[in-house]
Ligand binder design. Structure first.
Ligand code: DGL
Length: 259
């Protein structure tokens, strides 16, 4: 293993790019390969078995490209497949889960907006905060959101209408915090700030993931100590997606063959 090998990151599509941005801010000298399994998006409505199969295929693809560790930048894949990934591959994995724990420090009624796959996973159902009688969790499946975000529709009238419908039941239950339990939803922050009363705090796990990545790199002695800014490659297996809009002009998204 050499330290300049890339860190592999995958998600069902563009969502994990929001994680990559934060990780790269913390670790600018690392090289990254981001794999958007856009052809198979969304993951959120698939079975645990199917999500695990896709996560294993993504990991194999990234390992063939010589990645030294993998960030599963997808709550759905993490909550359904991280145990299988860890038992199948002998490399460090970092997963992302809804940031309920930090939200629970100051909140009594926490809204969790996530995919069906995340909200029905054992990891979520057995979350320790659920044992705490003083805290109420209000769950909401973000039905339809990922499909729109994949098309680049993060701030349209249709998006605002859909989000308002999804937020209503949570607002009726007086949530005082909202956890964005799907990495795609990080791209909705601007609209959410507009739609939500200002006392509702928004939570996501990106900072925690970036810190954890730095820790795991050091623990495994695989941190890249180069003084130069690293390189990122972004790959997708679907033609005609809006992914290029999410990465800016400096990176040209590569189209790959992968089922
Ligand atoms: N971005 C993903 C997540 O964090 C998955 C969205 C999907 O494909 O349904 O859950």
């Amino acid at each position: 293993m050499t330290t300049n090998q890339p860190i592999g990151i995958f998600d069902s599509g563009v969502g994990g790019l929001s994680v990559w941005e934060t990780v790269r801010e913390h670790l600018p000298n690392e090289n990254y390969i981001y794999l958007a399994d856009s052809k198979n998006a969304p993951y959120g409505s698939k079975s645990k078995e199917h999500i695990t199969e896709l996560s294993i295929a993504n990991t194999k693809y990234l390992l063939n490209l010589n990645c030294k560790m993998i960030i599963v930048a997808c709550n759905t894949a993490t909550t359904n497949a991280i145990a299988s990934l860890r038992s199948t591959f002998d490399i460090p994995f970092i997963g992302i889960e809804p940031a309920i724990k930090p939200a629970a420090v100051n909140s009594k009624t926490i809204g969790v907006l996530a995919t069906k796959g995340t909200l029905t996973s054992d990891l979520f159902l057995e979350h320790p905060v659920k044992e705490n009688d003083e805290i109420t969790i209000v769950e909401q499946v973000g039905k339809g959101l990922v499909e729109m975000i994949e098309k680049g529709e993060t701030n349209t009238t249709e998006m605002k209408a859909l989000l308002s419908d999804l937020l209503r039941p949570m607002l009726e239950k007086n949530i005082d915090a909202l956890v964005l339990g799907c990495t795609h939803y990080n791209f909705l922050k601007e609209v959410l700030v507009e739609l939500l009363p200002s006392h509702i705090e928004l939570w996501d796990a990106r900072e925690a993931i970036a810190k954890r990545t730095a820790y795991i790199l050091d623990q495994n002695q695989i941190r890249n100590h180069s003084k130069q800014q690293g390189i990122t490659r972004v790959l997708t297996n679907k033609r005609d997606t809006a992914i290029q809009n999410f990465v800016g002009d400096n990176i040209i998204v590569e189209l790959i063959e992968k089922d």
